[in-house]
Design a protein around this ligand. Structure first.
Ligand SMILES: Cc1ncc(COP(=O)(O)O)c(C=O)c1O
Length: 449
């Protein structure tokens, strides 16, 4: 099937050498480095180009309709073109898209977030998860007067320079001279000073974390922590790790920064509430913008006062021309209103049942594969081993076979991220997750076979 509104490419009636997506990619290469805007959604020879989405289905330029389990990297909890979001944005856009003044819509979204997460008493908005983590890091520095930051090996927190350290370490460079995990730079030109004062922690080894923090904790402004870090394998953080972090933060006056850019969707009150965490600052993004660019920093009032600019120079200037723009604010509010306790529980239960059933099917078929994750989030690993850490999935178990699974899923009508992770959305039912589970098992069998 060829989409009817992509314009003329097929007008000749001749067989085209390229798909419409292929033609779009060739055009893009002339004006965009690499022909692609986002490393995370890239896979060879090129991804299909999206045309439109409705609910949990996405249609590409060539008219292929796929079950969308990427959901724009877990940001669309209600899927595409969710009617309350469309309605709210339609109404807001006619009134102006951004003002050099505050709007009531920012108060409404702030109330929606603080109203569902009692630990988050105050919130400030920005435009992306990367910005949110950056502002949280700056907040931690201003609150403590220290500059060093700790983060976990392999964890992704956006593209803010310090947060990229240790993110893509490999066996050749992941041990530092002192035997601790190294702050391996992701990009050339990373300032050596940043590398020298960034502490990298091993997610799967709480005792080692405790030891590192005993030695280095007093230098730290903050620890950035995602309790279900997707690039560490979507392995839920252990209770022992949570205890170590909280203890070190209390002992050494370190700010605990919880990255809930993905995780906020996991519980009505956010991921920290599920893991018994009491973070000083929480970085938000994705779901709080209802599909529009969004980020935010939230936390207890005393900590968030560091961003208060109304009594002279603030600890941290958190602003931005498009921060709290009304379109994002109303889309986020409509999204969170519909993502109430019942919707959160239903989606989490659907995801738990999906992972459990699919893992049982992998075992029954004798396939070396497993889904990790929690609630509506999942990630595939081509190994039956127990996974605890970034090092357990580096190099990627199954390597090229995993890419074959992603390609086979796409060919079967399912879009997942290039590392075969995904998120369910509220329009999905057991019908979609059963289909997804069956295709997952078939595609793994084919890729490993
Ligand atoms: C855990 C986490 N933190 C931060 C970010 C950065 O968010 P953004 O892409 O909105 O800048 C991401 C993006 O995927 C993320 O997964």
């Amino acid at each position: 099937m060829v989409a009817d509104n992509v314009g003329g490419l097929n007008d000749t009636g001749l067989e085209l050498p390229l798909t419409h997506s292929g033609a779009a990619f060739m055009r893009a290469q002339k004006v965009i480095p690499g022909g692609s805007m986002r490393p995370s959604s890239w896979f060879p020879p090129h991804p299909p180009y999206a045309l439109r989405g409705q609910g949990c289905w996405l249609t590409d330029l060539d008219g292929n309709r796929v079950l969308d389990c990427s959901n724009n990297f877990f940001s669309l909890v209600h899927g595409h073109a969710f009617p309350p979001v469309v309605e709210a944005v339609r109404e807001a856009v006619g009134q102006g898209t951004a003002f050099g003044l505050p709007t009531p819509s920012e108060i409404a979204l702030a109330e929606a977030i603080t109203g569902r997460a009692p630990h988050l008493e105050r919130v400030r908005f920005c435009n992306s998860g990367t910005e949110a983590v950056m502002y949280a890091v700056k907040g931690a520095r201003a609150l403590t007067g220290r500059s060093a930051i700790a983060k976990f090996e392999g964890a992704y927190h956006g593209t803010y320079d310090v947060m990229e350290l240790g993110y893509e370490s490999s066996p050749e460079n992941w041990d530092g001279p002192d035997g601790d995990p190294a702050a391996t730079p992701y990009v050339r030109g990373t300032p050596p000073g940043l590398i020298a004062e960034t502490v990298i922690l091993p997610y799967g080894d709480p005792a080692r974390c405790a030891d590192i923090l005993r030695r280095k904790g007093r230098t730290l402004a903050g620890i950035v922590f995602d309790p279900l870090a997707s690039r560490i394998g979507m392995i839920p953080a252990s209770a022992a790790l949570v205890e170590v972090l909280q203890e070190a933060c209390a002992r050494d006056g370190i700010m605990l920064i919880c990255d809930e850019v993905i995780g906020f969707r996991m519980a009505h009150a956010g991921a920290h509430s599920l893991f018994g965490l009491k973070p000083d600052l929480v970085a938000l993004g994705k779901v709080i913008g209802g599909g529009l660019p969004a980020g935010g920093v939230a936390g207890p009032a005393a900590r968030m006062a560091v961003y208060d600019h109304t009594h002279g120079k603030p600890g941290v200037a958190l602003g931005g021309t498009f921060s709290a723009n009304p379109l994002t604010m109303v889309a986020g509010k409509a999204t969170l209103d519909a993502y109430d306790e019942a919707a959160v529980s239903r989606l989490n239960a659907l995801g738990d049942a999906f992972r459990e059933a699919t893992n049982a099917a992998f075992r029954a078929a004798g396939l070396e594969a497993q889904l990790t994750g929690m609630g509506g989030l999942f990630r595939l690993h081509l190994t039956g081993r127990v996974l605890r850490d970034f090092r357990d999935i580096t190099p990627t178990p199954g390597g090229e076979a995993l890419a074959r699974v992603q390609a086979a899923l796409l060919a079967s009508g399912v879009l997942v991220t290039p590392n075969v992770s995904g998120a369910l959305s509220t329009p999905m039912t057991e019908a979609e997750t059963t289909l997804l589970g069956r295709l997952m098992v078939d595609c793994v069998a084919e890729a490993l076979g």
